[in-house]
Ligand binder design. Structure first.
Ligand code: PRX
Length: 676
């Protein structure tokens, strides 16, 4: 199956620069070179670029040897003979959990705090590396007793509580690839992920806390499994909220019965470097999410290297906090694997930034003396909206490095982050990467790079990226085009679970021999890279990837909807917002079954049920027609103009040019959705 080809860069990417001030990016003059004090103590050094350029695989082999402990050392570095299927360090063997936990204890670091857990309600737990070793070993024994074997897949549907980290590591310990499904996804989304990965075990909780209230999770698992999931033998359930749960005898098992009773001794299972470590589903341009899978040795190497160098981690003294949930790739690489491989002390927080008050994050920074903070532009913009006086009430002087990820950060948000949160002192690293890349690819290096607000700037040492035009030719400085990766990297995805053809078609067919990232980008006069947002039918809402097609499919699965088109409209806070255009079935319209407000609410709820609340359209506009080309392709560019209240652009290729007038008339009184 071939995914639709991307729009040319001249068709402004959906995450169009306009609203965020990126239109001035090529005239951005501000520079923030590292202070001499920071540079003097930095982990990263400028010569790493030349070192890596001289022998890219050799550079990564050195990192793999330095940063990981191998039970069988590798002798081969990169095998690219079956491109685009890469093999890194293939004859080496190791265990991910051993590297993340055991070796720290064996080397005398058992008393170091691994996790400071902060629950939304203010409950806390502290786990040292020695505690983590016991917990992970118990969970590995309990999962083995439930029949999980090396190679079996385990689905994880948990809130951000220590058990989520423990379960991921327990899976890694027995060589059972995990598939974490974000707790905000619906039963439907969970079901399709369980089926695609043929998971043997599902690990969940009764619920988690969200905005001060318990929010149930177990019912979604029950509903997902009721649709049929022949591979699932057991459901392991953590008691978090104490909510009553339905129980299926013989299938469901309480965590506190199975795990707490299990032995704290467990021998990690050594696996080949290319053994799958995890599957993580992400949205593509078709309706079916892609199971991106990553393997062990290469992924861990780049996770550890980037975490150490991009955040300048000093494991003995830093307190690191990445605000991502483990349901996303950022949580995999920069909450679980990167920090723990490096023996870091970190904070994990279950809740939202505004519960019970809008200073909650800053209160946490102050309480734990957080030194490195990694978050998303959407959160920074939200805090900007709430006002600088809120963080101003807290002592943030411990902070020394700030990171951003998930979407383009507009220069003003970058400046605010540095000034208000970082006290005008901290380096800010804008890190570009993807679920598929596994780890950070393009980013300044603190202590080395003179940072530019709004730009991810340069590929890391050992990474080769470029911006190319439609003919795969590198654009000159000052030019724009598509971001590509030109050489294999250790943490690259090894494919799409069960669908090697889709892997080749999606990433490797647009430009021969180049990895097509799906992002528009520009090079400025210095050759620094600026990311401009997706050029395909993928939206980025609050740093979360959503597929237009997936939401359209959800909408048309409702009996009222005849046809639907979804676009990502620029949104000041969330980067993009989902706006849907629907044609209702004639019986609904003629029977006058529902007024506009009811249609809005019913369909928004329906999308939340089908995919998850994050996919809820901000607005649903009922229209009589959709703009289509003569070949029947929906012209989303025109719909984006409407959704962003712009003059509608060139519509001469429409099959019926009166359609946009019809839409405009129907929009005289659009109904806006309520905030939630
Ligand atoms: O469009 C880019 C955007 O997020 C996409 C990847 O999304 P996902 O796989 O969910 O991973 C997000 C966290 C790594 C990219 O294709 N993106 C990510 N980081 C940046 C970014 N866009 C601009 N600047 C970034 N720093």
């Amino acid at each position: 199956m071939t995914e639709p080809s991307a729009a040319p860069p001249t068709d402004a990417p959906p995450n169009s620069p306009g609203a965020h001030g990126l239109e001035n990016l090529l005239s951005e003059e501000r520079r923030f070179p590292p202070s001499s004090e920071f540079a003097a103590q930095a982990n990263a050094t400028a010569d790493a670029y030349a070192w890596a350029n001289a022998d890219r695989p050799g550079f990564w082999a050195d990192q793999a040897r330095d940063l990981l402990t191998w039970s069988t050392p590798f002798t081969q570095t990169l095998d690219w003979s079956d491109a685009p299927f890469a093999r890194w360090f293939a004859d080496g063997r190791l265990n991910a959990a051993y590297n993340a936990v055991d070796r720290h204890v064996e080397e005398g670091r058992g008393d170091r705090v691994a996790l400071h857990f902060e629950g939304e309600g203010g409950d806390t737990r502290t786990l040292t590396y020695a505690d983590l070793l016991r917990e992970v070993s118990r969970a590995a024994n309990a999962m083995t007793a439930l029949g999980v074997r090396t190679g079996d897949r385990v689905a994880i549907y948990l809130p951000l509580i220590p058990e989520a980290v423990v379960t991921m590591l327990a899976c890694a310990r027995i060589g059972a690839p995990h598939s974490v499904v974000f707790g905000g996804f619906s039963a439907e989304a969970l079901s399709s992920r369980i089926l695609d990965a043929e998971a043997k075990l599902v690990v969940t909780a009764d619920g988690g806390f969200r905005r001060g209230k318990p929010s149930a999770l177990k019912p979604a698992v029950d509903e997902a499994l009721a649709k049929g999931a022949p591979s699932v033998a057991h459901v392991l359930v953590v008691r978090r909220t104490g909510q009553p749960v339905e129980w299926t005898q013989g299938r469901d098992v309480w965590w506190h019965d199975a795990v707490e009773a299990a032995s704290p001794e467990h021998t990690p299972v050594d696996v080949d470097a290319e053994h799958p470590l995890f599957i993580l589903y992400t949205s593509g341009t078709t309706g079916k999410p892609k199971g991106i899978f990553h393997t062990t040795g290469g992924y861990l190497t780049q996770a550890a290297y980037t975490h150490l160098n991009v955040f300048d981690l000093k494991p003995e003294t830093d307190v690191y906090w990445c605000t991502a949930d483990v349901g996303w790739i950022t949580g995999h690489t920069y909450v679980v694997y990167g920090p723990l491989l490096n023996g870091a002390t970190q904070v994990i927080y279950e809740g939202t930034p505004d519960t019970p008050h809008r200073g909650r994050w800053w209160e946490i920074v102050q309480k734990y003396g957080v030194t490195i903070l990694y978050t998303a532009p959407t959160a920074i913009r939200t805090c900007m909206k709430w006002g600088a006086e809120i963080p101003g009430k807290f002592d943030l002087s411990s902070l020394r490095v700030l990171g951003s990820v998930g979407e383009p950060i507009n220069p003003e948000a970058w400046m605010w982050y540095r000034r208000v949160i970082g006290g005008d002192r901290t380096p800010v690293v804008d890190t570009w990467w993807q679920t598929e890349t596994g780890a950070i690819m393009i980013s300044p290096l603190p202590g080395v790079t003179a940072a530019k607000p709004g730009s991810a700037q340069v590929p890391l040492p050992g990474i080769a990226a470029d911006v190319v035009d439609d003919d795969a030719q590198p654009v000159p400085n000052g030019g724009g085009g598509y971001l590509v990766l030109t050489e294999p990297w250790p943490s690259m995805l090894r494919g799409i679970w069960g669908d090697p053809e889709r892997y080749k078609d999606t990433y490797w067919s647009r430009f021969a021999g180049l990895y097509f990232a799906g992002d528009g980008a520009k090079k400025d006069d210095d050759g620094d890279i600026w990311l401009l947002g997706r050029v395909d039918d993928v939206m980025n809402v609050s740093g979360h990837r959503l597929s237009t097609t997936e939401i359209e499919s959800a909408l048309v699965s409702h009996p009222w909807v005849a046809e639907a088109a979804v676009v990502g409209a620029t949104d000041e806070t969330t980067g993009q917002a989902v706006v849907a255009f629907v044609i209702l079935r004639s019986d609904v319209v003629e029977g006058n079954a529902a007024d506009a407000a009811t249609v809005q609410e019913t369909l928004r709820t329906h999308v939340a049920k089908e995919i998850g609340p994050i996919a809820k359209p901000r607005q649903i506009l009922v229209v009589a027609e959709l703009p289509k080309t003569r070949s029947g392709k929906i012209m989303r560019r025109l719909l984006r103009d409407v959704a962003e209240n712009r003059q509608v652009g060139d519509s001469t290729t429409l099959a019926d040019s009166s359609v946009m007038d019809l839409i405009a008339q129907g929009l005289a009184t659009p109904v806006a959705a309520s905030e939630d």
